[in-house]
Design a protein around this ligand. Sequence first.
Ligand SMILES: [Ca+2]
Ligand SMILES: [Ca+2]
Length: 105
Amino acid sequence: MPLSITKAIHLSESCQVKSNKTGRVDTADLKFFAENYLCGNIQQKIPGDFDGNGKVDFVDLNRLTNYWLSPCVGPVWCQGVDLNKSGRVDFVDFALFAENWLKQN
Ligand SMILES: [Ca+2]
Ligand SMILES: [Ca+2]
């Protein structure tokens, strides 16, 4: 079944990637869709390893700051940055993230 427009918009908002807002879905929109396809489905072996590369570092911190105070909804939860799934990226998520700072697996 093809991805519905509503689902695509939901994913783009969850990932905080915006379409070019031309008022129509076109090839330019396919680029952001492709770049974010299945985003948020990365399994975090270490909480805070948002990109799933096995370590909690500045790349993950950058993602956290990009979503700072952003509203989040499941199942994507701001690409996993809303660690406690509270609906917002805030100091609780930062504290959970900080507990694992520079950890590797
Ligand atoms: Ca990482
Ligand atoms: Ca949270």
